[in-house]
Design a protein. Structure first.
Length: 188
């Protein structure tokens, strides 16, 4: 009997041990622009603004707004990344929470992608899109857009897109992937 109890205790203890390299999880940080530093702006007609926010483990998050659209990039060279020039076509705003997809490497959680909800308005038609952005070696670019309105599994689909595509996506060479309700791949 004791050997069965020890086996069960050992099994329970084994499942509680953190997984090896490659374990993926999510971390969340605030992206409340009212709490970020405004670093530059032009309030005149056609105005623009640039904000510096703090992300996962202190990573710089640069949010630029211009022509009623938001551009989000990351790290010390954020203004030079492809992501700094990418947004959704319709007028848009962003959510106040940023999801980081993180992977355990050498005992540390390292981000490889982010997921951010954009709210958009196009000729009176409103919607939401989850944008997956790749983070790698100082570069960031949008990997996938997931239709989020009327899509109850949008968050799961965005996480799957990040986990499946972000690390192999080639910024500047691959077109941003688009997914509709139910995860159906959309083409232009």
């Amino acid at each position: 009997m004791w050997d069965r109890v020890l086996f069960i205790v050992g099994l329970v203890g084994f499942t509680a041990v953190p997984a090896s390299a490659g374990e993926i999880s999510s971390a969340y940080t605030s992206l409340d622009l009212d709490k970020c530093n405004l670093t530059a702006s032009n309030p005149n007609e056609g105005g623009w603004a640039v904000f510096e926010c703090i992300g996962h483990k202190g990573m710089r998050v640069r949010v630029a707004e211009g022509d009623l659209r938001y551009f989000v990039s990351f790290g010390p060279n954020a203004e030079k990344q492809i992501a700094a020039t990418q947004t959704l076509t319709p007028f848009n705003t962003i959510h106040k929470t940023l999801e980081w997809r993180v992977e355990r490497k050498d005992g540390e959680w390292a981000p490889f992608a982010t997921i951010l909800r954009y709210f958009w308005d196009s000729n009176g038609k409103k919607g939401q899109t989850l944008v997956v952005t790749k983070l790698e070696d100082g570069e960031a670019c949008q990997v996938a857009h997931i239709v989020a309105n009327r899509n109850p599994k949008a968050n799961e689909l965005a996480q799957k897109a990040a986990d499946t595509h972000a690390r192999t996506f080639r910024c500047g060479e691959t077109q941003t992937l688009r997914f509709g309700p139910g995860g159906r791949r959309l083409t232009d």
